[in-house]
Design a protein around this ligand. Sequence first.
Ligand SMILES: C[S@@+](CC[C@H](N)C(=O)[O-])C[C@H]1O[C@@H](n2cnc3c(N)ncnc32)[C@H](O)[C@@H]1O
Length: 372
Amino acid sequence: MLKEHLGYVADHIRLDRFRAAIAQTINAGDRIADLGCGSGILGLLCLRAGAGRVYGIDSTAMIEMARETFSRAGWAERVTCIRGHSHRVVLPEPVDVVICDHVGYFGFDYGIVHTLQDARRRFLKPGGTLIPARIRLRLGAVESEKCRDKAEGWRAESVPDEFHWLRQHTVNAKHAVELPPKALLGAPAVLGDIDLYTDNPDFFSWTAELRIQRDGIMHGLAGWFECELAEDVWMTNSPLAERPIQRSQAFLPIDEAVPVKTGDSVKARVMARPADHLIAWVVDFPATGRRFSHSTWQGLLLAPEDLMRSRPDRVPRLSREGQARITVLGYCDGKRTAREIEQAVLRDHPNLFPSPEEISRFVARALGQDTE
Ligand SMILES: C[S@@+](CC[C@H](N)C(=O)[O-])C[C@H]1O[C@@H](n2cnc3c(N)ncnc32)[C@H](O)[C@@H]1O
């Protein structure tokens, strides 16, 4: 986790872009919600620019690192760190600015649409500012053996034949790739724009026509973003940009490598339900009439029980783990210590799991997760 955040904090172009947006937006004393604050870097930039208070919110243990960083830097008085999922957090006051970097690889694939929508409605003052404000999605046709290998990995010669069927999952998945500009078969198209100040639908459907500008072999689509952080302050992970941030692009494979010629046009449709992490893509080659249709739904390794579980008419019964969790939490009466609870569980429920060590680990996990 720290390695990922080091990547964010050490990306000086990304920080420059956010710094510029913050300088343009923030007034002395402003209240800020730093959504998915991670290391706390965006909140820190806001404080340096004069923010009066930062609410840093993160659902992971990164919040402790953020808390410690703010404290060591002398900002503890002006920061409130909250561990929790932003949709469940309640702030004590409305804020002037909501800031986040939830743009993922493709722009919409890290949940920014519904996360900012919720934050805009519940955290932001009327007339307040969102950073980012808008996302432009780009789409390009790609020739890249490296990308192809990501989709074909399970069918590689070195992989025993019995596993080759798993290729159907990787060819229906979104892959993170680092594209060189020469991998593009033509100029990218604008796939769509997402205005984060308005209510957006749960389901998006975008189409684009991709002009092929050199002969080659098409292996799939690549998507990336241009994100407007503030007026005229843009941040991008475009493989064509002079100063891109250090972020992969999204590669969406097609089932077969297709030869294309200069002047061809390829039609692409991308559909997404970002809140459910579902993306579908259809690629048409009008010159030959060929069509490829994929979706991350087909790429999920779903067992029949997983599908059953999503049926609203099923009658849920507690799993063994669920029952065990209730047992453990039943001992939390606001008086017993963690050690006393562990001992009580070991004494009263010696068969909760196959070994006392596993019971102790489970108790520690349940108490760590579900108690304060
Ligand atoms: C892409 S990182 C960005 C971290 C930091 N804001 C930065 O710019 O370097 C996203 C962070 O948001 C957190 N996160 C994602 N969705 C969240 C949510 N809905 N509520 C709280 N934290 C969330 C993740 O745990 C992760 O630390």
